[in-house]
Design a protein around this ligand. Structure first.
Ligand code: 5GP
Length: 203
């Protein structure tokens, strides 16, 4: 009957933290969401890993040296940081997240599980309201297929990541919502419906 009116008390919805096991395809889901709904802002993380072919500084990541990263960490510039796969530092710059949320822009972090836990620990201190979204594979066998299929890791790295993935799958209960990534487009649409609901956007 009546169209929903945005609440004047809180112009912004909750920060969405997207996480899940390694190789579940959260980056792909996030990219599909962005392509379909450019009004969503996805945080650009800092990392000390080397850029892959085609990756652009400031678009995919802020690429930096260990020294640069650690200096920013000491200066309190990150919302959360983690060492991922025991190899490189990753971190979410805090100020841009706060700025986008304050402007009412749907804001997403796509981070690993350690990072998601760190955000949960710090949310109250930073006055952040957060919705934790777990991206799950349809099955463990499918996760194994995807990890091997993408062919970016050596067999030893694949075995190590699969062991990690088993532990990571058990973290689902820590999250508010689960989206099963059966097909990328469906998962991205489900995520969009969640964002639209959260930010009071008419679909
Ligand atoms: P990749 O190196 O393949 O781009 O990402 C490796 C992993 O790092 C992915 O699981 C991704 O979600 C995670 N990641 C990317 N940025 C961040 C970040 O800022 N913080 C944390 N904790 N994890 C991140």
């Amino acid at each position: 009957m009546t169209s929903p009116v945005q609440s004047s008390a809180s112009p912004s919805g909750r920060l969405l933290v997207l996480s899940g096991p390694t190789a579940v395809g959260k980056g792909t889901v996030e990219a599909a969401l962005r392509a379909a709904h450019p009004e969503v802002w996805v945080s650009v993380s800092a990392t000390t890993r080397a850029p892959r072919p085609g990756e652009i500084n400031g678009v995919n990541y802020w690429f930096m040296t260990d020294d640069e990263f650690l200096a920013k960490e000491r200066a309190g510039e990150f919302l959360e940081t983690a060492v991922v796969h025991g190899m490189a530092h990753y971190g979410t710059p805090l100020a841009p997240v706060q700025e986008h949320l304050a402007a009412g822009v749907p804001t997403i972090l796509e981070i690993d599980l350690q990072g998601a836990r760190r955000v949960r620990q710090r949310a109250a201190e930073l006055g952040l309201e957060v919705l934790f979204v777990f991206i799950a594979p349809p099955s463990f066998d499918e996760l194994r297929r995807r990890l091997i299929g993408r062919g970016t890791e050596t067999p030893e790295q694949q075995a190590r990541r699969l062991e990690t993935a088993k532990v990571e799958l058990a973290a689902e209960s820590e999250f508010d919502v689960t989206i099963v990534n059966a097909t990328v487009d469906e998962a991205a649409e489900e995520l969009w419906r969640l964002i639209a609901q959260e930010y009071g956007i008419a679909e």
